[in-house]
Design a protein around this ligand. Structure first.
Ligand code: FES
Length: 580
């Protein structure tokens, strides 16, 4: 049965601006006519905002203007009126201190753009990591009919016969340089081979993960996530998305109809199956907060625990997004989840029907890319949520990217007070560290960095790398890139900058990590820990003014998604009063 909540035709919100003969209506309509729009376009048809995160400084989204033209074509075809709107574009590879500091700003700005402007529905044209969650959060809070179309991943990188995965290869090669296995000249040559085409990172990094999350949540058309950015089918997907949003407006199909608890459960399990980024934890918790869905960190552990990672993509596996697309893409994964009883089959999608209808006929064309369950990269591919006296509010680890021999480990802490301290010490051969130690990095959480940087997968010391060691246990309150790997404990909460136990770890303390038992323990007495915490003082002052001040005062902990406390929930799309 196809979803339909409202009759058509009916009066839409855009008619508050464009639909009458008052002075204000003429003002709104008349000025837009300077772009050459005929009068009959203002007759009450759905006005669709194409919210475009294109920017020259967001290269992963550099081709979205071209895609926007395809979206427009689809909107026109379906009888809508498309208007392209540039919105805040938080680029992962340029924003400092970290793009994550601006996710909430982007979400806030886009929410206001949606509410304050005469649009009846929105196409969220996104790609690079933060652009997808920020626009989804805005759409959830306004609850205007919305649909995602992503820019798609880059084509495979190739260097000397090997696949070069965005980010993943960068981390590997920089370690190879430190270990003396690669020259700087080779590194520079490899740089040319990494990014061969328009699109987002070609690994199952955060961009591909969030594209997959949008599809699993039901907020994008089926098959959207994996189509390469330069494939003609990406442009077809954009056009079909443009057509679809017009019908969604007519049917009044909104995010609140789609982003239900069932949809979030599907997305969490999907993340386990694809070996998705730990960043999805933060973004989906924040999105659930906007949707007033009670999703918790523990849901991530519980729902993902039995999900095998079957997508053999870097950083957990071998292939890249191009091959994932050729193998059948996310619909195959969703079908497999459904067959295993791990998919809420009735969850509604932007199609207007249940998700199962979209995926039940999917075919796996390459069982080395989308693996049979018995050949899964790991049988428990979800996110492990760790607790203990070092992380009372939780910390996360991605088992599919970790080393099996380190999943139970006890080691001596080597502490870096912040990222500058780490950088100053890590390359010193007299640093007292070996492969059995536990590297601890403080003050990289939401308030500490600020913005919660992707430095949690801190590189290993050269003297350890030279022994051929490739992984050590690392613990921080930071995030890590979705393209990264290792036995890395992230998002430790409360963070060090607010006086969480991480703040009082000292070099020489013993730390126990027990992933099977979900335990992260600082091996000192309760009395010692209490005394250290009582003596703790903040190491930096709050910013005096500006957005940094707003961020510091209102950002919440990683365990609830690091949204601003005042942005949670829905605020709707009631038409604001006119000022003219
Ligand atoms: Fe933009 Fe990876 S840096 S998608």
């Amino acid at each position: 049965m196809t979803f339909r909540k409202a009759d058509w035709p009916r009066k839409l919100r855009s008619q508050e601006w464009y639909g009458g003969t008052s002075r204000d209506n003429i003002y709104h309509r008349g000025w837009l006519k300077n772009q050459g729009y005929p009068h009959d376009l203002f007759d009450g048809r759905p006005v669709i905002g194409i919210l475009n995160t294109w920017s020259d400084l967001t290269p992963c989204n550099g081709h979205l203007r071209e895609l926007a033209e395809k979206v427009k074509a689809g909107v026109w075809e379906a009888g809508g009126f498309p208007l392209e709107v540039p919105v805040f574009s938080a680029s992962e590879n340029t924003f400092r201190p970290t793009a994550m500091m601006y996710r909430n700003l982007a979400a806030m700005a886009v929410e206001e753009v949606m509410r304050a402007q005469p649009i009846d529905g929105a196409v969220l044209l996104v790609g690079c990591d933060k652009t997808t969650p920020s626009l989804l959060m805005a759409a959830a809070s306004t609850d205007l009919p919305s649909i995602v179309v992503t820019g798609g991943p880059m084509l495979n990188g190739w260097f000397r016969g090997e696949r070069v995965g965005s980010g993943t290869a960068l981390w590997q090669m920089s370690e190879d340089i430190k270990a003396g296995r690669m020259t700087s000249a080779d590194f520079l040559e490899a740089e040319q081979a990494m990014s061969r085409s328009s699109g987002t990172c070609n690994t199952m990094g955060t961009a591909s993960t969030m594209a997959s999350m949008a599809e699993a949540l039901g907020m994008a058309l089926s098959g959207n996530a994996a189509i390469p950015g330069v494939d003609a089918r990406r442009r077809v997907m954009a056009q079909l998305t443009g057509r679809r949003i017009v019908q969604m407006v007519k049917d009044d199909l909104r995010p609140s109809d789609i982003l239900t608890r069932a949809a979030f459960e599907n997305a969490v399990r999907t993340n386990g199956a694809i070996g998705g980024s730990t960043n999805a934890v933060i973004h989906l918790l924040a999105l659930a907060g906007r949707c007033e869905v009670d999703l918790t960190l523990d849901d991530w552990d519980r729902l993902g625990r039995d999900v095998p990672t079957i997508v053999n993509l870097m950083p957990s596996g071998k292939y890249l997004m191009e091959e994932f697309f050729y193998a059948g893409g996310l619909p195959v994964v969703l079908k497999r989840l459904g067959e295993a009883g791990m998919l809420n089959r009735d969850a509604l999608t932007v199609s207007g029907g249940p998700i199962w209808d979209e995926v039940k006929d999917a075919v796996n064309w390459n069982e080395d890319v989308i693996l049979p369950a018995e050949k899964a990269l790991t049988s428990s591919g979800g996110i492990a949520v760790l607790r203990g006296n070092l992380a009372p509010n939780g910390a996360v680890l991605k088992p599919s990217a970790a080393s099996p021999h380190l999943m139970k480990h006890r080691g001596r802490a080597v502490v870096f007070e912040d990222i500058d301290d780490y950088k100053a010490q890590i390359n010193c051969d007299d640093l007292d560290i070996d492969e059995d130690c536990v590297m601890v990095l403080k003050n990289c959480g939401p308030k500490g960095y600020p913005g919660m940087s992707e430095v949690g997968n801190m590189g290993l010391p050269p003297k350890v790398l030279r022994k051929g060691v490739t992984d050590m246990v690392r613990i921080s309150d930071a995030r890590m890139s979705g393209t990264a790997y290792g036995t890395v404990v992230l998002h430790t909460s409360p963070e060090a900058a607010v006086g969480g136990p991480l703040a009082v770890v000292r070099t020489g303390d013993m730390i126990e990590l027990d992933v099977p038992a979900r335990r992260l323990h600082l091996d000192i007495s309760d009395t010692d820990l209490a005394e250290r915490l009582a003596a703790w003082r903040p190491v930096t002052d709050a910013p005096a003014s500006g957005y940094a001040r707003l961020f510091h005062e209102h950002v919440e902990g990683a365990e609830t998604g690091a949204d601003f406390d005042f942005l949670k929930g829905r605020r709707g799309h009631e038409v604001p009063r006119d000022s003219h």
